[in-house]
Design a protein. Structure first.
Length: 85
């Protein structure tokens, strides 16, 4: 699937790398690790992360599921909800 087909708020990866998961924004996506926003890479191949893959990311980042969810919600609030106002 392409990045443009990923739904807003979903977590995905590019090039099968779980180290830097991406969060889909309304336009483009944000790298959850570096918080760099990409708005011009909608044609790149993407893979939605499964719960097991998200757990792998959490282990690699050395954070709990709660900390990961808190980070995700912070990004959603800042980059998705703020833009929709």
């Amino acid at each position: 699937m392409k990045v443009k087909e990923v739904k807003t708020g979903e977590i995905f990866c590019i090039d099968n790398t779980l180290v830097k998961p991406k969060l889909k924004l309304k336009e483009g996506y944000i790298d959850m690790a570096s918080q760099i926003i990409w708005v011009c890479r909608e044609e790149v191949e993407a893979e939605i992360l499964t719960d097991m893959q998200i757990m792998t990311v959490q282990r690699k980042w050395r954070i709990t599921a709660e900390e990961f969810e808190k980070h995700k919600q912070k990004l959603i609030k800042k980059y998705i909800e703020e833009i929709n106002k």
